[in-house]
Design a protein around this ligand. Structure first.
Ligand code: FES
Length: 61
């Protein structure tokens, strides 16, 4: 997996940006959406973003 991969094409949000949000304290899909906007336009990427957030949060513990 590459941190430069765009996970939300609507807003050009990359996996790295999701990871940064989680590293700075976001732990839910909603918090990540607030800081990155990922998944707030067409919604097509929401499931993937949510899964990635869950994965990152569990790695952090
Ligand atoms: S691809 Fe993420 S909101 Fe459209």
């Amino acid at each position: 997996m590459n941190l430069d991969d765009v996970i939300c094409p609507c807003l050009n949000v990359t996996r790295g940006m999701i990871k940064d949000a989680v590293d700075s304290g976001a732990s839910t899909l909603e918090e990540v959406q607030e800081s990155t906007g990922a998944g707030t336009v067409c919604g097509a990427c929401v499931d993937e973003v949510e899964e990635y957030v869950r994965e990152l949060v569990s790695e952090k513990k």
